[in-house]
Design a binder for this molecule. Structure first.
Ligand SMILES: C[S@@+](CC[C@H](N)C(=O)[O-])C[C@H]1O[C@@H](n2cnc3c(N)ncnc32)[C@H](O)[C@@H]1O
Length: 221
């Protein structure tokens, strides 16, 4: 087994079940045009998030880490007409590109973007008593544990919290790692293993993206 077969099978699945329309393709192309990193989720991961939205009947989603709005578009499209995505992005240039892509997708009424550091914005959402049905964490890795703790405060029993990139090509196994991203997700995964407020696991995956994993946690009743 190698990356070639993982890529082919991922493409096979997305051709069947997660086909990108022109808007999604243009969103990915816009990243190169504006010198943004190609760090969006894959089409199959977008579809996976939509399956999760359907599963938990989500109407209200919080996303931490917008980039060019690719995952935001998948999330918003998975919601019912009256659904809403609040998405947080620290980089003004990323936010501008995302805004353009969200408008092109006709989703500006469903998406509310907040520009700034997530650690500054999250307490303001808590102060407003915001509660989300689903939360997607996909930003900088060192504060993943803190993002998750804030996410719990923004949850109700049954809220689904999905956190991307927590396996990092298996580098999470390296106890001597000095990579701040690896250290961030190691600390996060440890916290998750001890957290009695949620029922959680990690799905690791291969595909068009590097070998990685998503943590999936449901807030307990
Ligand atoms: C992996 S990308 C998000 C990809 C996006 N969810 C997608 O799949 O299309 C991470 C994003 O988080 C943003 N970010 C990094 N640190 C942040 C912070 N402290 N607060 C908010 N956003 C942050 C980055 O600027 C980047 O755009």
């Amino acid at each position: 087994m190698n990356q070639e077969i993982f890529t082919k099978v991922d493409n096979y699945i997305s051709n069947l079940l997660a086909t990108e329309d022109e808007i999604l393709k243009q969103t990915i192309n816009s990243l190169d045009r504006h010198n943004l990193p190609q760090h969006s989720i894959s089409p199959n991961q977008g579809k996976f998030l939509q399956v999760m939205i359907a599963l938990c009947n989500a109407k209200n989603i919080l996303e931490i880490g917008t980039l060019g709005g690719y995952s935001t578009i998948w999330l918003a499209r998975g919601l019912p007409e009256n659904g809403r995505v609040v998405t947080l992005e620290v980089d003004k240039n990323h936010a501008e590109v995302a805004r353009e892509n969200i408008v092109k997708a006709g989703l500006e009424n469903k998406v509310e973007m907040k520009v700034g550091k997530a650690l500054d914005i999250l307490p303001t959402l808590i102060a407003k008593n915001e509660v989300f049905d689903m939360i997607f964490i996909d930003a900088d890795k060192p504060p993943y544990t803190e993002y998750f703790e804030y996410a719990l405060e923004l949850s109700r029993p049954g809220t689904l919290i999905v956190c991307d990139n927590v396996i990092r090509e298996g580098k999470v196994l390296d106890e001597n790692s000095r990579d701040e991203k690896v250290l961030g997700v190691q600390r996060f995964n440890e916290m998750l293993s001890r957290n009695n407020n949620v029922t959680a696991t990690i799905l690791h995956s291969v595909g068009v993206k590097e070998y990685d994993g998503m943590a999936i946690a449901v807030v307990n009743r």
